[in-house]
Structure formats: C-alpha cells, structure tokens
Design a protein around this ligand. Sequence first.
Ligand code: GLN
Length: 286
Amino acid sequence: MKKVTKTAALVLAMAMAVSALTACGGADKAAETANTEAAGAAGTENADAGQSSAVTTKTEGVLTFGTNAEFPPFEFVAGNGVIDQYDGIDIAIAKQIAEENGMTAAIENMEFPSLLIALENGQIDAAIAGMTVTEDRKESADFTIPYYTATQVMIVKEDSDIAAAADMADKKICVIEGYTGEICVQDMGYPYEAFKKGTEAVMELVNGKCDVVVIDSATAQKYINDNEGLKIVEDASAFESEEYAIAVKKGNTELLDMLNKAIEAKLADGTISELAAKYTEEVTAE
Ligand code: GLN
C-alpha cells in the first residue's frame, strides 16, 4: 500500500482496531472488509446524494426490508409501530432511509435464518435485523457499513455461579437458532439447546430448565428488565465485539451505495445513537 487518502488510512486503522477485538462467529475479517468498503463508499460521495434513480426495488417506490421482529430494542411487534405493527431502532432507520430517498418502507417479518435466502430470492430488497456481519454471511450477501456495535452476553439467574464463559462448561446452555450466540457457543465446543425465539429461551431459564442464555447485549438487557431474578454476565475475552449492518443481495451496489450514504449520515449526525437511546429507554421503562 503506497498512497492512501487520509480518510481511507483512518478507516483502515479503525478496521484493524475492530478486527483485533473480534472473535467468535467469524466476525473479525468481515468487519475489516465492511469498513474498507465503507472507505470506498465515503470516497465516492457525489452530488446526487439523496436521489434514488439508480436503485431498482422489488416493488417500484417501495423499499422492502426483511426482519425478524423478535429482537427488541431493534425490532419487535408493537400495537402501533413506525411501520405497520413493527417498531424498534432498525424499523425507524428503515423508514427514514426509504422516505429520504423518495420511497415508502415495507416490512416482511420472517425467521432470522430465512433472511439471507429471502434476499437471494428477491423477496426482500434489504435485511435489517440487528444482523452481525460475519465472514460466512458475507458469502451470501453484501453488507453496508456497520451502524451498531454489540457483544454476546450471558443471561443467568441472579444466584448463578456463572461468572465467565468457561463456567458454562457443565451447564445447560440455551441459544437462539441461527444467531451469532449459537455460533459462539458452537465454537467453544459446548453442547446447547437452540430455540426459535429469545423469549422462549429466556422462559426456559426462568423456569429453571436451562442455566444460561447467550444472546446480544441490548436484547439481553430487555429480557432482564422484563423478568424478575435474572442478571447479565459479561465476558469480554470470550465474546468480543460484533457489528450490525444491513444486508443486500450480492452485487446490488446501487442499493448498497444508497444505504451506505444514509447510514454514514445518520452516524455522523447522531440519529442512530438517538434512536438507540430512545428505544433502549422505552423497552427498559415498560
Ligand atoms: N446479532 C445476532 C446475529 O446476527 C442476532 C440478530 C437477530 O436476532 N436479529 O446473529
């Protein structure tokens, strides 16, 4: 590498810092690549930002996002959501991006492991689902720049003796099917039981049928607020940082560019951190 622009060098340095931190789920290289691509997107900033003429969507004038509305505070079903019955940080971001580009946003709710297949099939234009960028997933979809950093944590009963990931060795572990939490526990070589929904796994824990649930940090916070007698145990050396990004069908560079520009702007002007704070408070206050 001989000549790099200042921004590209900075982004690369950030990407390296991120990759040094990441571990299970194969998220390490993915984060680096995503950030390097972000440098490209930032470098091609042009005068037509905000126009969506180059973007072709499944339904004209509609940006169809797939999600799995079982992941508060990012996506959940509410009485009166921002898009139909759907609400959360991701849903609010989706709505804003569509509208700022002259489209309306639509949500297709499905199981988490179906999202990347739905992208390939053209059933949805993009997947926004608190989805961690991993090397594996990058084989079947393209990812935007990351918009949120999370980590896996352990939810246990308040009186549990689990204080680190290694303490799960002889415990009954619950995860959610297809989530990075499942990949982490698999990588550690521990047996586990996988559930379709976070709420189901947490119910097992509450009912004493499992000892620990491994799930993303912000969602874990919601579950411990909703259920008495649970606490969160973190282990930064076992579960390192993960980056959430929006996925598009491989090769859909027009849509990827549009989404990257929007995310970049929303990170820079504080919109995403405001939404994260708002929905985290809301779910906590319930
Ligand atoms: N971040 C986790 C993953 O990507 C969980 C995402 C989700 O359930 N929506 O697997």
